[in-house]
Design a protein around this ligand. Structure first.
Ligand code: C6P
Length: 424
């Protein structure tokens, strides 16, 4: 039995199969506030999620009682801080189904995690003429680091296309895998289309062709059960702030065998075993990749967020969002002029990008804001995806465990009001 399997047994079962949204909402203090004299309707969780009280209080408690640097002090509060931080790492490792806590590297965000791989793995392994295979729906965080690497190494960037429904065209994968693909890097859930990509199948095919696989889990990890061993991927990046945790903390799962062979990403304190003026030996995993003082309180807060998500239950969250998105799609389709992007079937995530004919996406977001409704407008850091959709911008509503059908109704009402204002 692997190291974390024994610990997994101790994880408490979720309180109920179904999510009690009213009870959940009470745990998020910000949801009580008003904006522009109206109750806040927060529909921007794909950008960042709100935080439950227990996460907020964990940060507060840490700074009030336990604040010290970790892995350094030979005194009680430093030892306590270290135990809390390393405890959080173990919770994250279990949450992702890693074989060992050593496979979880804390970073500032998913962005930093992907950059870590592009630099530390990419520089050693990608050579001139190699193919880096991405998809057309990637967030800039999973595009720019590879563009930089490809330019430096004279490697080739190629892309798996997506079809009109936002599904990947997997025949492109097979075509490119016949060439020298070194890495396939793709999102598990699109932050615009809501598409859930078949990362397990893609990983299998990529591995059969000798390629390494990085999964961008920034949007999937907060919303569905993600198990890195089941997927079989080599790397998975995620952000704490999208999964009820604090900002400034995220992580990279990496298969131990591959991490061990890699050079460090950043140099500095803590990532070394021994240093002389001209040389150094690297620390063991995961510390080799954690140079300098870490976001200690935020890491501990992320551990609390994982406890929270486990208590509510990922299956219950997933089911709640599935019902909500289905309801939202039906209701939005009632409004003439609304176009919904991405899959129209049940198997999709909870990011819903739309356009409303005759109203600019930014104007729509401003009008909705006046109604207390927070949505995002723009290209959502996916310019190439929008170029393919042939729209400069979309307005995006994204849902999480605390959203309700009444909030969807308010969104629809807001759209109708906007149409009236524009005389459409
Ligand atoms: N997307 C959105 O509103 P960071 O910023 O590092 O925490 O996450 C980056 C990132 C990577 N991949 C995907 C699929 C993402 O959606 C994001 C963040 C936010 O859609 C902010 S642009």
């Amino acid at each position: 039995m692997n190291e974390l399997a024994t610990l997994t047994k101790e994880v408490k079962e979720p309180v109920s199969e179904r999510l009690d949204v009213e009870a959940v909402r009470k745990e998020f203090p910000i949801l009580k506030r008003e904006v522009h004299g109206k109750p806040l309707v927060y529909l921007d969780s794909a950008a960042t999620s709100q935080k439950p009280l227990e996460v907020i209080e964990t940060l507060n408690h840490f700074y009030r009682t336990t604040n010290a640097n970790i892995h350094r002090g030979i005194y009680l509060i430093s030892e306590e801080a270290t135990a809390l931080y390393e405890g959080a790492r173990k919770k994250v490792a279990r949450f992702l189904g890693a074989r060992s806590w050593r496979e979880v590297i804390f970073t500032r965000s998913a962005t930093e995690a992907i950059n870590l791989v592009a630099y530390a793995w990419g520089r050693e392994n990608v050579k001139a003429g190699d193919v880096i295979l991405l998809t057309e729906m990637e967030h800039h965080s999973n595009l720019i680091p590879w563009q930089l690497l490809a330019k430096e190494k004279e490697a080739r960037l190629e892309f798996i296309r997506f079809d009109n429904e936002g599904h990947l065209q997997l025949e492109d994968l097979d075509t490119y895998l016949k060439e020298k693909v070194k890495i396939v890097a793709l999102t598990q859930m699109s932050n615009v289309l809501g598409t859930i990509n078949p990362v397990k199948e893609i990983t299998k095919r990529a591995h059969d062709a000798g390629a390494v696989v990085l999964v961008d889990g920034a949007q999937s990890v907060p919303h569905m059960r993600v198990n890195v061993q089941e997927i079989g991927c080599d790397f998975l990046a995620f952000s704490g702030h999208k999964m009820c945790g604090p900002s400034g903390i995220g992580g990279l799962y990496g298969r131990k065998e591959i991490l061990e062979k890699m050079n460090p990403f950043l140099g500095g304190g803590e990532m070394i075993l021994e240093v002389t003026l001209r040389d150094a030996r690297w620390n063991e995993l995961p510390y080799k990749f954690e140079a300098g003082t870490q976001s200690i309180a935020d890491g501990i807060g992320l551990g609390k967020a994982v406890d929270f998500l486990n208590r509510i239950g990922l299956d219950a969250i997933c089911e709640h969002e599935r019902e909500l998105v289905e309801y939202a799609m039906n209701r939005l389709n009632e409004v003439e002029g609304v176009k919904i992007y991405g899959p129209h079937d049940e198997e999709r995530g909870s990011a819903l990008a739309i356009t409303l004919e005759g109203v600019h996406p930014h104007d729509l977001a401003s009008l909705l804001d006046a109604e207390g409704i927070a949505v995002r407008a723009g290209h959502h850091c996916t310019m190439p995806l929008h170029q393919k959709l042939e729209v400069p911008a979309t307005t995006r509503a994204s849902f999480y465990l605390y959203n309700t059908k009444e909030e969807v109704d308010k969104l629809v009402e807001g759209l109708r009001k906007s149409k009236e204002l524009f005389g459409i």
